[in-house]
Design a protein around this ligand. Sequence first.
Ligand SMILES: [Cu+2]
Length: 149
Amino acid sequence: MTNRLNKASAQRPKRMMCRRAITNVLRCAMITAGLFVVGCADDADDTSGVQVNLTLDPSPPVVGEAVVSLVLKNQDGTLLEKAEVKIEGNMNHAGMKPSFADLTEVEPGKYDGTLDFTMGGDWFILVTAQTPNGQTIERKIDVEGVQAR
Ligand SMILES: [Cu+2]
């Protein structure tokens, strides 16, 4: 529990970085019309330069299982293939069990999985990706306002 709280607060600056990338988020949202883009993490939070774009279905998210899709791109814009990607969903308040999912690469650079949003409210998703060349990418993406059914 203590570890989890420490981890969350240590990652707070990353969220600020993410906010700076709001123009990118909007650009993504326009390109992927019909898909709810909740996060476009840029390369500010680690040195890998890997871009992580996350979309959810259904969108906006509701309580229950959601399909989480991540597109990973290298710094040069090429798709990051053959990564091992795991996600962990947590709420912004204490006392909840996290939800976990291993994602499967469904097309080059695109990774899908099913995550269970067990309660309405504000969530965040921790993404961990191991790249084929041994790098570990870690991102925190906010998913606010999961709706109760
Ligand atoms: Cu909760």
